[in-house]
Design a protein around this ligand. Structure first.
Ligand SMILES: [Zn+2]
Length: 115
């Protein structure tokens, strides 16, 4: 009887390992932090792409830039659409992270850098 129990336990263990191995071959397990999920939910609404306060904002206007001094490359810009495309945009823009004012780059600024 003792040997039979050990044999049954061994078979059960081998079958379990096989099932677990088969499960991980067919599936991918992703572990997500709950705080990360909540942050993702916050980012779904475009109205959240603005600074909480303007305590660290600066006036960086003057030199056209693609990146704010804080490292953020998302800006709030006022645009005018023409035939389903951006027709023109205001040169003053606001960093979506810190609220600093900056100058939007234009194609003419790129040509100026090439020369
Ligand atoms: Zn910024």
């Amino acid at each position: 009887m003792k040997w039979l129990n050990r044999l049954a336990a061994l078979l059960f263990g081998l079958i379990s390992v096989g099932l677990i191995r088969d499960f991980f071959d067919k599936h991918t397990v992703i572990v997500l932090d709950k705080e990360f999920e909540e942050e993702e939910d916050d980012m779904e609404d475009i109205t959240n792409l603005r600074p909480d306060n303007y305590d660290n904002s600066m006036d960086l206007r003057g030199t056209p830039t693609h990146v704010c001094a804080c490292g953020c490359n998302i800006f709030n810009v006022k645009v005018i659409f023409d035939d389903y495309e951006i027709g023109t945009y205001f040169l003053d823009m606001e960093c979506a992270n810190c609220g600093s004012l900056a100058t939007a780059p234009t194609p003419m600024d790129r040509e100026g850098l090439d020369n």
